[in-house]
Design a protein around this ligand. Structure first.
Ligand SMILES: Nc1ncnc2c1ncn2[C@@H]1O[C@H](COP(=O)(O)OP(=O)(O)OP(=O)(O)O)[C@@H](O)[C@H]1O
Ligand SMILES: [Mg+2]
Length: 227
């Protein structure tokens, strides 16, 4: 369970204060899909980055399984981010001169990328239907294929928390649906908690948890009702 309490994030542009999150309180259940929805500029990405410890809150608490991320030392936070969190971004963020398998292995570059790790990267790529594209570079992959490489990369360390910021934002709706299909399948396989920002409500299923953000606060938190 992730418990967020009175989370405030104020950005600064020069001397100007930009309040983005004004006191977000919510809980995110483990082992489920949670969607963050809301208008552009409402603070969805900001909240997601705070959940993954990619950014620090101005005040408030984020407790992950009872541990307050903000109270961790830099080293502990680093470890949390690297071992427990997998990120998927809208624009894939692949490295252009590496092939698919090496892109998946990027998180392991400091530790070594041979043997068992390479085998797991290959297995993951096969699971997302890219067994025939292992040695292709991003330029030779479609958008949906690139995002599948990014998903495999995010999952390689078997993170317990997967955070995705509009992972289908640059894809057509058929490819987007496929991407969510893979995400749901992999989530079901390893029971991870998935938190996704999306503008497209069609990807939300009954039983998913939905957090609606507006003007820096949670305006609604619900289990999605089938429409
Ligand atoms: N580093 C920053 N410095 C200053 N302002 C920022 C910074 N990051 C975000 N903001 C501002 O904070 C507000 C919320 O941004 P955020 O990216 O969280 O919105 P969002 O809900 O993800 O929007 P979108 O749907 O367009 O992606 C915006 O008004 C944005 O301009
Ligand atoms: Mg955003």
């Amino acid at each position: 369970m992730i418990q967020v309490e009175n989370l405030v994030k104020t950005h600064h542009r020069g001397d100007v204060e930009i309040p983005v999150l004004r006191g977000v309180t919510c809980s995110i259940p483990r082992g489920k899909f949670t969607f963050i929805v809301g208008p552009s500029g409402s603070g969805k990405s900001t909240l997601l980055y705070l959940l993954g410890a990619l950014d620090e809150p101005t005040s408030g608490r984020i407790e992950v399984d009872g541990r307050d991320i903000a109270a961790m030392t830099d080293g502990e936070r680093d470890l949390f981010r690297r071992q427990e969190v997998g990120f998927i971004f809208q624009s894939f963020n692949l490295i252009s001169n590496l092939d698919a398998i090496d892109n998946v292995l990027v998180p392991y570059i400091p530790l070594g990328t041979s043997g068992e790790r390479r085998e797991s990267a290959e297995t993951l790529l096969r699971q997302v239907g890219l067994g025939h594209r292992l040695d292709h570079r991003p330029a030779h992959l479609s958008g949906g294929e690139q995002q599948r490489v990014a998903i495999a990369r995010a999952l390689l360390k078997r993170p317990s928390l997967i955070l995705a910021d509009e992972p289908t934002g640059e894809l057509d709706s058929k490819t987007g649906a496929e991407i969510f299909g893979y995400l749901r399948q992999l989530q079901a396989d390893n029971g991870a908690t998935v938190v996704t920002v999306t503008h497209d409500h069609r990807y939300i299923r009954p039983d998913d948890h939905v957090l609606e953000i507006g003007d820096g606060v949670i305006v609604r938190s619900s289990v999605h009702a089938a429409s």
